[in-house]
Write a protein that binds this ligand. Structure first.
Ligand code: NAD
Ligand code: ZN
Length: 362
């Protein structure tokens, strides 16, 4: 299968290209090689064509689609911008870019799409109140966080909540511009599928980590911050009480989910769109992650600081059962194994790190 991987020079895209090659497919890459993400020109595997072009350029996208059977759309501006003034750039890259790509696919008769979705579409994770069942707490208040009351409370009775696993049916609650653009990408893909008889799948990635992850940016995620601290010989600084739960999924597992989704699309009903969580199904805390990374590096024990950032999500973990059932996919890289490898693997330096005010999840 010839697959156009947009953003194929990026962190996740490059692992998808490698996984496609391993399974005997024929990947081609379209990537704008954004200077903020690639201060140094990346090298692609031998024999893989890379069109250095912007996904918003209709002529280039049409050219890239020649002879292509399916598209794996990873190109996006990731994370949060420096401030709200970055909004037009995010919307343009992520949503206008997706619209141009989908229009070109319709024109070229390419009817299979796998989209890089994100858990950010859910906002907070799932919570249950023993009295009120599933509830949706709003953003946490600064006063509570300052008083070290980190757990969200039931909006009805103020009682303690039990964090659960988000399923694909959870209500959408995008809480920042990036999240809005990721949700809009899904809506565009759904409309495209319906209008053209195409087949689309969105894989809502959780916290992706692994070799090639950019470093020292908030959108690189908290794992990257800890690693950078350890590389300087410093203890990882764990915010809140370290008990925030996340779902860390290894980039090679995410890449394989993309390949399996691409392979399965041919048998999907025409005109259909489906979203799947793509996580490890093994929630861990930020504190646990810091300890595993420190141990792997022989570095200092993490320090739990009680600091917090307004807008950070307390817990967000998902069930990926649907994806496992639909594709026979299994995450293969265990947490200790993956984090130990990550602790020692090279990271990508970015040219100008973006705001540290951004939440640590994406
Ligand atoms: N990293 C995560 O944990 C995570 C989590 C959820 C979703 N995602 C999604 O996964 C996808 C890949 O993310 P990543 O972490 O590999 O990021 P990345 O920044 O490493 O890769 C993105 C790539 O897209 C390219 N790109 C950006 N805008 C483009 C444009 N307009 N035209 C052409 N190319 C463009 C960049 O040059 C880069 O190579 C994104 O869609 C992101 O929203 C990532
Ligand atoms: Zn309650």
């Amino acid at each position: 299968m010839r697959v156009l991987v947009t953003g194929g020079a990026g962190f996740i895209g490059s692992h998808i290209v490698a996984a496609l090659l391993e399974r005997g497919h024929d990947p081609v890459v379209l990537d704008a090689l954004l200077p903020a993400v690639h201060p140094v020109r990346p090298t692609l595997p031998e024999g893989v064509a890379c069109l250095e072009a912007d996904v918003r350029n209709p002529a280039e996208v049409a050219r890239a689609l020649g002879g292509v059977d399916a598209v794996c759309h990873q190109a996006a501006m990731v994370g949060l911008g420096k401030d709200f003034a970055d909004t037009p750039a995010y919307v343009s890259c992520n949503d206008h870019g997706t619209a141009v790509l989908l229009a070109a696919m319709a024109e070229a008769g390419v009817d299979r799409l796998v989209l890089a979705g994100s858990m950010v579409v859910y906002g907070e994770g799932r919570y249950d109140c023993p009295e009120h069942g599933p509830v949706r707490p709003g953003p946490r208040r600064a006063g509570d966080l300052a008083a070290r009351r980190f757990e969200p409370r039931c909006p009805h009775c103020g009682g303690e909540l039990v964090p659960g696993l988000v399923s694909e049916d959870a209500a959408m609650d995008p809480r920042n511009v990036y999240a809005v653009t990721k949700l809009a990408q899904e809506h565009l893909a759904r409309s495209w599928a319906r209008a053209t008889g195409g087949r689309a799948v969105s894989l809502r990635y959780h916290n992706v980590y692994g070799p090639g992850m950019p470093r020292d940016t908030p959108y690189a995620g908290v794992a990257s911050f800890f690693r950078s601290a350890l590389a300087r010989g410093e203890a990882p600084r764990v915010f809140e009480d370290g008990r925030q739960r996340r779902d860390f999924v290894h980039v090679r597992d995410v890449a394989m989910a993309n390949v399996l989704a691409l392979e399965a699309l041919g048998s999907h009903a025409a005109g259909g769109f489906e979203a799947f969580n793509c996580g490890s199904d093994a929630p861990r805390t930020i504190g646990e992650m810091a300890r595993v990374l420190s141990a792997a590096c022989g570095g200092p024990e993490p320090v739990v600081t009680g600091e917090y950032r307004l807008g950070d999500v307390r817990h967000i973990t998902a069930t990926s059962r649907r994806l496992r059932q639909a594709l026979g996919w299994q995450p293969r890289v265990g947490f200790e194994e993956g984090m130990t490898e990550f602790a020692c693997a090279p990271q990508r330096r970015l040219s100008h790190p973006v705001s540290t005010a951004a939440p640590a999840t994406q």
